[in-house]
Design a protein around this ligand. Sequence first.
Ligand code: MG
Ligand code: ZN
Length: 351
Amino acid sequence: MKNTIFLFCPLNLLSFASFSQEKPTNVILMIGDGMGLPQITTSIYFKDSPSNFEQFTDIGFIKTSSTSHKVTDSAAGATAFATGQKSYNRAISVSPDSVRLETILEKLEAKNYNTGLISLTTITHATPACFYAHVTDRDMHEEIAEQLTNSGVDFFAGAGLDYFTKRKDGKDFYKTLEEKGYSMDSVKLVTNPYPDKKYGHLLAATEMPAKTKGRGDYLPDATELALNYFKSPNEPFFLMVEGSYIDWAGHANDAEMLIQEELDFDKTIGVVLNFLKENPNTLLVITADHETGGVAVGKGKSADELSIYFTTDQHTAELIPVFSMGRGSELFRGIYENNEIYHKLATILKL
Ligand code: MG
Ligand code: ZN
């Protein structure tokens, strides 16, 4: 009897240990800046193949008002996603009384997650900045750039080189990033990344070109590069990908730009969905900070043609869709406030 107990106890412990060691959840948060339901609708009607949005069954809506305005800006919107607290328009992850709010990226960095940020505009722009910086106004690009150097972000791709190298204080934070172990590039995406290195891309002085001005496949390519980088070490990751110019197309009332930016974002979703198939310990959440342009997809000149109409060149207060897939995605159904995105992520990540 004694022998039997000694034989079976260690085995039982082993199997219990492997059963309880669930792989931590990777999170991919995709933000289509300015992407409301009409923008998503363009990817249904103007794409030659089925839109990647059609693959989702867990769908919700968020209310996006900030503490200062019914109609939010991108700074207050991303602050809500990143910190779980609503703040005023123009705030970069600070509270209405300017107190620093710890972000999901900072909390995950502290738990040894790998982290990444991808944007089309300057990496110091409101949406990406809210994940690693804390300033009272979104236009404080040079302060935000300095804070990026201390953020611990493992992979970033975007623009805004000038805020690192052509600064009023004369400092060179591109060099600082290199000194901190980043493999930096200002021309192209660095291929074959090694998991033990950090990667930084500042690929334009201030911003990338629009898709209609020859940007090519930067957004899907950067996303694929980041996912390949993150999957090699056996560590979980958090990645934020921003389709920044859906918003800019709305401000410019530029229908062709809107369609091209939305299709580029849709293509990038395809890259992420391929990753999800092979990595089921991943949660994908796709949403937006607000709608821009008050867009309607309506009847065109001929009966079978569609036209894009704009009712404003500003943001709107429309409910914003949330598409989720993967581990814990069912939590994102329903209608709720934008800062609940953070709290739902925190629940799944046990933050
Ligand atoms: Mg943005
Ligand atoms: Zn905007």
